[in-house]
Design a protein. Structure first.
Ligand SMILES: [Zn+2]
Length: 400
């Protein structure tokens, strides 16, 4: 069995499925080779290895001179042995995009520490309300987190208001309430307002920053994610797709955010939804919504002061709120499942065929417990370590 790959990309192939229960010694008889479409078979110098799960892996890189060519990669038996028949399933590496929403907030620091220690990059979709609250509460800590994101990860725009958690009215009525006369700040202006705020903070950590966009240091493409809806508009071939999140579709919400997505795309943003979500409870959204509904006297004219997120949602009272409901093992299975189905081209759009998985998470779910126990962020480390073992590569969404 062979598999077509694009040469200028980096892949790991796995021979993961055998027709018989081979012993370890037998599995070691598997070798790897490759050839160009019309060319001779060539052998890799270093062969694969067998890991603890009995998976034969091969890290493959090609000479740059082959860039753009199609090559076939084949695993086969070193010495032909009729008593052993192997069926080898060759799969491309999973490229995982770790994405974190609603920062800068409690938990951002914990997540950044894990990513740094594991040497992987993520994309942080920042919101104005959360960042402003964080900055106002602890300026030093907030700017340190932003600096780490700015220098080592990618930054995305996730709106200023997060729709105040009233998503339907945000998309249907054209933005978020900005005063008591029912005037609204449009979705587009809400993203611009966020951009201006984050840009202001970036300038505090890099005085030479002169870009009008909100970008990390080495980032060139602005990224955005809509609050509360799984909307995609990456390019003309990847827009308005149905969500593939466990068979649930978000057409209803997508329809509502379509015009806004067009507007942001015109401003240069690539808009990303997600494939898999590391589920958590959303208690704090409810707390926020209730505060708004209870309080007739909200002064929307000063939205930083008036925004319910200015209430400390991370106080002792709320410390157990917004916590993970999926185990890291569940998330791992879902990521592999999604990658597998995308490789079989089961989705109705072309873009999902390259085994790319966008994983949505929220930093606050990983924040320390009240006893400062770091167990929550260790779950993120466990997932990353396990996916690494399976050959996953981690990229920022700029490189989708
Ligand atoms: Zn969000």
């Amino acid at each position: 069995m062979s598999k077509i790959v694009i040469v200028d990309k980096e892949y790991i192939f796995q021979a993961s499925s055998f027709s018989t229960d081979l012993t370890d010694a037998e599995k070691k008889k598997v070798e790897w080779a490759w050839k160009k479409e019309e060319g001779q078979i060539q052998y890799f110098e270093k062969q694969g290895f067998i890991d603890d799960n009995g998976i034969v892996s091969k890290n493959i890189s090609f000479d740059k001179s082959l860039a753009g060519e199609t090559v076939y990669v084949m695993p086969f038996l070193k010495e032909p042995d009729p008593s052993i028949s192997i069926i080898v399933e060759v799969e491309k590496v999973n490229i995982i995009f770790l994405t974190f929403d609603d920062g800068i907030q409690e938990g951002t620091e914990e997540v950044l520490k894990i990513l740094k220690e594991e040497g992987v990059k993520g994309t942080f979709f920042l919101t104005g309300v959360h960042s402003y609250f964080s900055y106002d509460t602890d300026k030093k800590k907030t700017l340190a987190a932003l600096k780490e994101i700015y220098e080592n990860h990618a930054i995305g725009n996730h709106s200023y208001s997060h729709a105040n958690y009233f998503y339907t009215s945000y998309y249907r009525k054209g933005g978020v309430l900005k005063d008591n006369q029912n005037n609204r700040r449009s979705v587009k202006d809400d993203f611009i307002k966020n951009k201006d705020l984050i840009k202001k903070y970036i300038k505090e950590i890099d005085k030479s920053y002169s870009n009008d966009l909100m970008l990390a240091k080495n980032q060139t493409i602005p990224l955005a994610r809509f609050p509360g809806t799984n909307t995609w508009f990456v390019d003309e071939n990847l827009k308005d797709i149905k969500s593939t999140s466990r068979g649930r579709t978000f057409e209803f919400a997508q329809k509502d955010s379509k015009e806004e997505a067009e507007e942001l795309f015109k401003l240069g943003y690539k808009i990303f939804g997600w494939d898999i979500e590391w589920h958590m409870t959303f208690d704090l959204a409810g707390v926020t919504r209730n505060k708004i509904l209870e309080n007739d006297k909200v002064d929307y004219s000063d939205d930083e002061q008036a925004h319910p997120d200015h209430i400390d949602l991370y106080s002792e009272e709320h410390i157990e709120k917004d916590r993970l409901t999926d185990s890291w093992k569940t998330v791992k299975e879902e990521v592999l499942d999604f990658a597998h189905h995308s490789s079989l081209q089961l989705f109705d759009d072309n873009s999902k065929r390259e085994k790319k998985v966008v994983l949505l998470m929220h930093e606050r779910a990983f924040r320390n417990r009240s006893d400062n126990n770091a167990v929550e962020s260790e779950k993120l480390r466990s997932l990353i370590k396990e996916l690494k073992k399976l050959g996953a590569k981690f990229r920022t969404l700029e490189n989708y």
